[in-house]
Design a protein around this ligand. Structure first.
Ligand code: PLP
Length: 433
């Protein structure tokens, strides 16, 4: 039968659909959403190998390579103890081992008006895996999800892979990057499953007030959607608003809280995160949603058992002075960053970051000679100054830049000097600079 006719493999249709963006591949074609990692590596390809100066990376939120950002020794000891005990070499249950789930429930209970149980907690391979599991569970034919713009592109890429339609609501740059609740209402229909918020924010460095979070929960309730709260930067807050967990409002609207130890403990390579059902009225449990999460976890890999086993000790023994020192370092870095950026004519920062590791700043390309857009700016900056920053396009905001301030302050100062020199060299009106 195959003689003379070209063999057609079934999987080709799916792959072609993705490439052509037609038919079944319509949503899949959006899998072309570039993740931050992809764009960073594209920028690195553009470095000038002759430049003797060290490369400075302000493109991602992982300061773990700087000695001043090394994690607390108590966390390292917890891992060593877990390995040395010889008790954690087995497979764990797919929801995670009980001591870890209990410890995370205890950690997140702080400040909640109700009590989380270990049953509400699922251990994941970093927050990224918690995002994947959540979106897998929400993806139904026709359903959609609301994501912030600017936002964290991993959500867009994950949604595209699952044929889950994405609708973007704006964050208001002139209102401290608060959620545009009117846009949320107008975007929502009966197929909308959830709204994602990132607090403290990536890429904007926002820390939302209690009142604003409450308004988000009330809006979600009115619209009948659940809130996915990405709190991977939880407690990395060093401005006027303290960090408030979205779970506080779980009785207004059901909340799924996503987090990890990657950012607060500065150990993203340990791949330990969680997905937590912050839903005291059991809306999610009664609708079978929690069973779907369990099902999804059954067919995905688990975080290593010994890392989970270290969690109770990590949470119990990490010193307050470690957290205070890291927040102090970040505050120092953000002050420096904000002050130096004020000095650069073609860049404006509408709101000094109060949390996370990032500032979103506006670029005035019209003031620059021979710079087309934010991507062009970042490519040329990489080539001429060996500094990597992220074009706003990557996070959904063309004409803007996302700058990481979470690096050692002395290196940050050098990087900001190079950015200033670059902008001055390319300025149309040299006098103005
Ligand atoms: C870094 C980050 C994640 C992923 O966290 P991991 O624990 O490293 O998987 C998720 N969401 C946001 C907003 C992030 O910045």
């Amino acid at each position: 039968m195959e003689n003379g006719t070209k063999k057609v493999w079934h999987f080709q249709a799916a792959a072609n659909g993705a490439a052509n963006g037609n038919g079944n591949g319509k949503a899949r074609s959006k899998a072309a959403v570039a993740t931050i990692r992809e764009v960073r590596f594209a920028l690195m390809d553009n470095l000038n190998k002759e430049d003797q100066r060290p490369l400075i990376e302000l493109g991602h939120g992982d300061p773990s390579s700087f000695p001043c950002f090394r994690t607390d020794s108590a966390a390292e000891d917890a891992i060593v103890d877990a390995v040395r005990s010889g008790k954690f070499n087995s497979y764990g249950p797919s929801a995670g081992i009980l001591p870890a789930r209990r410890a995370i429930a205890g950690y997140l209970n702080n400040g909640l008006p109700y009590e989380l149980s270990p049953e509400d907690v699922f251990m994941t391979l970093g927050c990224a895996h918690a995002i994947e599991v959540t979106l897998t569970t929400l993806a139904r034919p026709g359903s959609n999800i609301l994501l912030p713009r600017p936002g964290y592109p991993y959500y867009d890429a994950c949604a595209a892979n699952r044929n889950l339609e994405v609708r973007h609501y704006g964050l208001l740059s002139d209102h401290g990057w608060e959620v545009d609740l009117e846009a949320v209402e107008s975007l929502t229909d009966h197929n909308t499953a959830a709204i994602v918020i990132v607090n403290p924010g990536n890429p904007c460095g926002n820390v939302y007030s209690y009142e604003h979070l409450k308004k988000i929960a009330e809006t979600a309730r009115k619209l009948g959607i659940l809130v996915i709260a990405d709190e991977v930067y939880g407690h990395l807050a060093f401005g006027s608003n303290p960090f408030v967990a979205m779970g506080v409002f779980g009785s207004i609207a059901p909340v799924i809280t996503l987090g990890s130890i990657s950012k607060r403990w500065i150990v993203p390579g340990w791949r330990l995160g969680w997905l937590v059902i912050s839903d005291p009225n059991n809306v999610l449990r009664n609708s079978g949603f929690v069973d779907l999460i369990r099902g999804s976890l059954n067919t995905s890999p688990d975080p290593p058992t010994f890392i989970q086993a270290a969690v109770p000790q990590i949470l119990a023994n990490t010193k307050e002075s470690f957290f205070a020192r890291i927040n102090g370092l970040l505050r120092e870095a953000v002050d420096l960053c904000y002050e130096r950026l004020e000095d650069i004519a073609c860049i404006t920062c509408p709101k000094k970051p109060e949390g996370s590791m990032f500032a979103m700043v506006k670029l005035e390309c019209s003031e620059l000679e021979g710079i087309k857009d934010d991507m062009d700016f970042c490519l040329k900056l990489a080539k001429e100054e060996s500094v990597i920053i992220l074009p706003g396009t990557t996070v959904g905001q063309k004409g803007w830049l996302r700058i990481t301030f979470a690096i050692e302050p002395a290196t940050l100062e050098v990087a900001l000097g190079r950015i200033k020199a670059f902008c001055e060299r390319h300025a149309k009106n040299k006098n103005k600079q």
